[in-house]
Design a protein around this ligand. Structure first.
Ligand code: ADP
Ligand code: ASP
Ligand code: MG
Length: 408
């Protein structure tokens, strides 16, 4: 008898009809002779509504209380799903994160999973129940509720699959798998049958939000092979697993886009080399995630440093940097620019192929799209563009690498 973990995201449980659809799928999986653990998100839009409600009460709601509030979204959907399964004549039991033994650490609203103690989950399976766990939540050592960051139910599912030693982990969503680019942006993007953890991780962390990046890191660390599939059909999805030599045959596997990027530039720096450490320490202490970093010395001999971050962090970044400006130089100043987006191309084949960057920038230049900051990893090239150019940028770069379905 196989043990299968199936995660259903917000849109897959977004209406009562869809909850019934998930109930049917879970029952079918169990009836096929499997033990089934479902990990469920809040109904689509619910988490956003709860966040908006909190901000109606106050500007900066305490994150510990925000966690208590947000965790209720998943609590609603697990209960409704168990009711739907019961109504169809089968046994189901719901588990909040705490009841499922999900032990967390770290900060509120972005907790991390330390480990899972799945004894209660296993007992319910032994009793013949379909187990329905709330994604996105766990409990800290001090007994307080943690949520796991946006999209965190993916992490709950992968971690649960590792903890119960599942034979199969399936992430059900509203598209057929991981595509060469967001299919809502590039209409002729293709589904990728198999991807390496590293490629999925680079795509997820550069804006392909079909999987939460941290969940992919966790899967890689614990060797959890998973499949991304559509909850509304039975099409095969995308398998994400350890890299193999065949994957290198394609130089670029996917194009990711990330909107809402801002750039901060500190110029007029005359402080000694330690200035990078000073700037990044101030930002880290304010818990700001810096993405691309570029440093150079201007012709006047003064150094400047630019970095990008999510637009939502801009205010906090300014607040963190202003106090240290005098230490950076008497003329040190801060400039900001918003309305940027980031385009990335990803593929393990880049390690052994040259000319990838040239193709990206030629395609963008031919389309008349200006680029800004550039960053690379071994298997990724990213550049900023104006937000208004990002969709066209994705399309032309996607086509330049022959990723379009009609060119396959
Ligand atoms: P869920 O609610 O199931 O967690 P998400 O909205 O988090 O679903 O993720 C699915 C969405 O991710 C898709 O609807 C799609 O628009 C978007 N997406 C972004 N990049 C990609 C990609 N490369 N492949 C597939 N989907 C992508
Ligand atoms: N409900 C949470 C969110 O909207 C977690 C998830 O859906 O994975 O981010
Ligand atoms: Mg998601």
């Amino acid at each position: 008898m196989a043990l299968i973990v199936q995660k259903y995201g917000g849109s897959s449980v977004g209406t009562i009809d869809r909850i019934r659809n998930v109930a049917r799928r879970l029952i079918e999986t169990q009836q096929a002779g499997n033990r089934v653990v479902a990990v469920i998100s809040a109904m689509s839009g619910v988490t956003d509504k709860l966040i908006a409600l909190a901000h109606e009460v106050m500007d900066n709601p305490p994150e510990a209380e925000l966690d208590v509030l947000l965790a209720t979204g998943e609590q609603q959907s697990i209960a409704l799903l168990c009711m739907a399964i019961t109504d169809m004549g089968y046994k189901a039991r719901s588990f909040t994160g705490q009841q499922a033994g999900v032990c967390t650490y770290g900060s509120h609203t972005r907790g991390r999973i330390a480990h899972i103690e799945p004894d209660q989950v296993i007992s319910a399976l032994d009793e013949g129940c379909i187990v329905v766990c709330a994604g996105f939540q766990g409990v800290a050592e001090n007994g307080r509720i943690h949520t796991l960051g946006r999209g965190g139910s993916d992490l709950s599912a992968i971690a649960m699959a590792a903890a119960v030693k599942a034979d199969l982990c399936q992430i059900f969503t509203d598209v057929d798998g991981v595509y060469t680019c967001d299919p809502r942006v590039v209409k002729n993007a293709r589904k990728i049958p198999v991807l390496s953890y590293e490629e999925m991780l680079e795509m997820a962390s550069s804006g392909s939000k079909v999987m939460q990046a941290r969940s992919v890191e966790f899967a890689k660390k614990f060797g959890v092979v998973f499949e991304v599939r559509n909850s509304m059909n039975n099409n095969p999805g995308t398998i994400v697993q350890e890299e193999n030599p065949e994957m290198e045959s394609l130089v670029v596997r996917g194009v990711s886009i990330e909107r809402n990027q801002s750039r901060v530039t500190v110029s007029g720096i005359t402080a000694p080399v330690a200035y990078t450490a000073m700037i990044l320490t101030a930002l880290a202490e304010a818990e700001i995630n810096v993405d691309m970093i570029v440093a150079n010395t201007a012709h006047d001999g003064m150094a400047r440093q630019s970095f990008t971050m999510n637009m939502n962090d801009l205010g906090a970044a300014q607040a963190a940097l202003k106090p240290i400006l005098p230490q950076l130089g008497p003329k040190a100043r801060l400039d900001t620019e918003s309305g940027l987006a980031k385009l990335s191309v990803v593929g393990v084949g880049m390690r052994s192929n040259v000319g990838v960057a040239a193709t990206v920038f030629r395609a963008l230049a031919e389309a008349g799209i200006a680029t800004g900051m550039i960053a690379t990893s071994e298997i990724r090239i990213s550049t900023t563009v104006e937000a208004g150019d990002i969709e066209q940028a994705a399309r032309v770069v996607h086509a330049a690498f022959h990723l379009d379905s009609n060119e396959g």
